[in-house]
Design a protein around this ligand. Structure first.
Ligand SMILES: [Fe+2]
Length: 285
């Protein structure tokens, strides 16, 4: 480990990292960061002070970052351009209904008042390890339908969908890139059903999987302090939050993804109205 870099495990999962970013990271440091990230899919950096551009640069150590206002923005109840306001966010992966959901995401605490609301993280990798052999066998080869998010605080159902809404079928069990480690890829908020099962059977099986995923003692809850940066694998690790309190809370968000939302879902007129066609289609289009 270099003198400007230390790390320690977090409970129940994740790794805390302290690193001096005043000079460019060496390739050895970058390799070490990627190894730590692969272990649990969750890194918690402390005491950083990064602009959006600097945060994008750090995230590029872990994968592609696009120059897009829809992927990189502010989660805030204080800024006028902030997103997600104060609403509760049920357990979810971000945009699981895209063919290629974001690989990872990073939130950096710019302004957080004492007592500002926390964010919870649950590991799909650890959850898979907790499943009984019977349950692992039962879900092997099954696929689930992920549907566009119309509600953030309750499960989205087929009956919630509106004309033009995107849905994508993904395996219930996916494998972490690079390690092959299996993880559960169903989430409380946007998994509508398991393909091929009767509705009651699908709901019952999903509940069994959620019982393994969201065990209270296995959830990492991050209480935000200014300078924190949490980076997580958006496929293998899920996140949630309760309703946001009145305490000021601004988190700078960067997504790691091969393809932008608009490149995968050009027909979503809602985001085109909000952001404009030109900026959404950069850089590849
Ligand atoms: Fe999210």
């Amino acid at each position: 480990m270099s003198a400007r870099f230390s790390h320690a495990p977090l409970a129940p999962f994740g790794v805390e990292v302290r690193i001096d970013l005043s000079a460019p990271l060496s390739s050895a440091d970058q390799d070490q960061l990627r190894r730590l990230y692969a272990r649990d899919g969750l890194l918690v950096f402390r005491d950083l002070q990064l602009s959006m551009e600097q945060q994008c640069e750090l995230c590029r150590v872990f994968g592609p970052v696009l120059d897009s206002p829809y992927e990189n923005y502010y989660v805030s109840n204080a800024r006028t351009d902030g997103h997600l306001g104060v609403m509760e966010l049920q357990w979810h992966n971000d945009v699981p209904y895209l063919p290629k959901p974001y690989l990872a995401a990073a939130l950096h605490a710019i302004e957080v008042a004492p007592g500002a609301s926390s964010t919870q993280f649950a590991s799909g990798m650890k959850a898979y390890e907790r499943l009984s052999p019977r349950l692992r066998e039962r879900i092997a080869g099954l696929n689930a339908l992920q549907v566009k998010q119309r509600f953030s605080d309750r499960t989205n159902r087929l009956t919630d969908l509106q004309p033009g809404d995107l849905c994508t079928v993904h395996p219930v069990v996916r494998e972490q890139e690079g390690t092959g480690r299996p993880y559960l890829f169903v989430n409380q908020n946007m998994t509508a059903l398991i393909i091929g099962l009767a509705s009651e059977e699908s709901d019952a099986l999903l509940e069994e999987l959620y019982a393994a995923l969201y065990v209270r003692d296995e959830v990492y809850e991050h209480a935000w302090h200014p300078g924190d940066l949490v980076l997580w694998d958006n496929l293998a690790v899920q996140h949630a939050r309760g309703r946001i309190s009145a305490d000021k809370r601004t988190l700078q968000r960067v997504s790691i993804t091969e393809l932008s939302y608009a490149q995968q879902y050009a027909a979503d007129l809602g985001i085109r109205a909000a952001y404009g066609n030109a900026s959404l289609m950069t850089p590849a289009d």
